[in-house]
Design a protein around this ligand. Sequence first.
Ligand SMILES: NC(=O)c1ccc[n+]([C@@H]2O[C@H](COP(=O)([O-])OP(=O)(O)OC[C@H]3O[C@@H](n4cnc5c(N)ncnc54)[C@H](O)[C@@H]3O)[C@@H](O)[C@H]2O)c1
Length: 445
Amino acid sequence: MIKEQLRKLIAEKDATIGVIGLGYVGLPLIVEFALKGFKGIGFEVDAKKVDDINAGRSYIVDVSNENVKKCVDGGGLAATTDFRKLIDCDVVVICVPTPLRKTKDPDMSYIIAAGEEIQKYMRPGQLVILESTTYPGTTDEVLQPMFEMKGFKLDEDVLLAFSPERVDPGNPQFQTHNIPKVVGGVTKDSTEIASFLYSQIVENVHSVSSARVAEACKLWENTFRAINIGMANEMAKVCNALGIDTWEVVRAAATKPFGFMAFYPGPGIGGHCIPLDPHYLSWKARQHGFDSQFISLAEQINSGMPAYVVKLVSTALNDVKKAVNGSKVLVLGVAYKKDIDDMRESPALSIIDLLRSRGADLVYHDPFVPEVTFDHAYTIGDGEPLLNTELTDDLIKNSDCVIICTDHSNVDYTRVCELAPLIVDTRNALSEDVRNGSKAKIVRL
Ligand SMILES: NC(=O)c1ccc[n+]([C@@H]2O[C@H](COP(=O)([O-])OP(=O)(O)OC[C@H]3O[C@@H](n4cnc5c(N)ncnc54)[C@H](O)[C@@H]3O)[C@@H](O)[C@H]2O)c1
């Protein structure tokens, strides 16, 4: 029986784990399995990533070169572009991207491409788990029919489950092993074996009754964040209009030990999750005749933040008798959040683009991001790529305005405050002490 076979293979660490897509989610996952003694095969379409892994090099901040090298040298990890090796895997985990189309509808092409490769090389005895964030119903509406079309029956030949990934890149406190894992199978046996598998690498596994519940759980979590960040952004605008310090208000509210959870305003939302995932939920809800107004409103507020920041910059320059047109603007931090290199959906891209479209002379400094490129389909400015600039005293001094878009830890904000004439701080990166000792004009969100 498949369930017992797989349980034995997993318990004895004889199961070979295939992971399709070795990005922010897939690489930490396969390394975790390999470190626990499983044999991992990583499937990637990007040959450069395959070469890096096989040479013992990591390209993801949370995964050390040392761990990749240890796993590769010990024979526990190999990467490949050859999907025929899927036949060697007892478990296949799909960690491919789930972007949006330009119409903001789910782009399922990566999941389907991965599903088609699995379908080609599938054999009885395999457990397939989808980890990519997606709308409720994907696992049983999209993947299950692909496998059944091949004549495989769930529980008899194969098992199928969904388990959302909650990894928070750059978070040193919570990593794969200590983030509780939600698991929902399409069948009971699938839930049981997928949960047993994750219990080998994760301290706390929470099983749910179906793949759909697990899919919806992930979207609930990220929609909760998108809506609460939207509310924090709205409150920042309200506080600004009333001349009240937003950050002091939220700090005070956060002292309430129950019924309040602090979310912070910022220049907009970024990354592969929060700006995208709620659209997966609202799209699916619309298919069933329901229009989610909270999601639309949060999207409207959050996506309007870069323009709001540009308004703050333009007003601040105006106050010192300068125009955006021709001003030298230094954007400090361009990654979508602190201490990582991820530029996906970063609000800094829109801020730079908007300011360049109004004639600002733009440079940026980000210790994690060597180059910024723009998608011409979305730009209104010239869309020319930018290279990272060294944060010299002259650069800071000669900038008409410094915009802190990302509050990376390894930037000397005291020096920035000592030298810059005008700073727009969208992240509350400048502490009260630093601000008090500064001659700069400082505008905060
Ligand atoms: N990044 C996060 O913090 C995070 C957190 C939770 C969930 N997720 C979800 O996990 C999924 C993966 O996200 P990510 O951040 O790891 O993306 P990523 O872009 O970093 O990695 C995806 C990898 O898949 C590869 N790939 C694409 N198509 C492939 C195919 N057909 N076969 C093999 N490899 C293929 C890409 O080359 C890339 O290396 C998404 O659904 C995302 O929403 C991401």
